[in-house]
Design a protein around this ligand. Sequence first.
Ligand code: SAH
Length: 250
Amino acid sequence: MPHSVDFNNVAIVLCQPQIPQNIGGVARAMANMGLSRLIVVDPKNLDMEKIYPMATMGARHLIESMEVVDDLQTALKEFNYVVGTTARMGSHRKAITLENMAVKLISLSKENKVALVFGREDRGLSTEDVRLCHQLVNIRTAGFSSLNLAQAVLIVCYEVFKATQDTPKENIPRLANRYDLDAMYEQLSDLLVRVNFINPENPEHWMDNVRRFFSRHPLTARDAKIVRGICRQVDWYTERRFSKSESEQD
Ligand code: SAH
């Protein structure tokens, strides 16, 4: 029997949507394709009189159960795999095609909670938002690349809905969630600043390379624990060495 994406483990996350009608349109697109978990981060306007008509009766339940969260990092805490969607590409915005992502989600969604993140209507996802994503996805267009938010959600959901595979090639274990990863990156950044591996003036810029490196092969919860253990040990060792050489000088 062909395998498909497990929609129970997939959520749509809207980052600071500006236009309430789009939230309704997104809910409708999700209901059309069988997705049900909608998370909205810091919306500019939650006027239900504008949201409900666009959602129509068919997606009303999605608006009723929609989660509203203050910031993206909090919204993503529990997710093991985060996919950002972007109309814009660049040297730091390497995106894969939606078709490839959809197939990848078949194995990923078996054991992992997946978030599909969409940006603001005017500015898309910021560099800080992109840092929280394991992978970026782009919907190919003929020229003008910026789709309406709800239409972009519809295309992404449709592609994910259609994706099937006879036998998934990879067996992807449960990955570290964003909460574990954020804690790991914070610890790693502290340590790398202290040992002068990264510039204390602009650690986030340097950490981007480290994040990219670690995101190439998403880490399991155990991997993240090992990296944190290494940081702790290096911390302990350097502190001991440092205080020893100080006391030798005394
Ligand atoms: N002007 C913005 C586009 C915002 S459109 C920009 O330049 O980034 C709102 C959101 O819809 C985007 O943040 C993205 O999540 C999604 N979107 C729009 N067009 C897309 C495309 N071609 N590929 C992938 N996502 C797209």
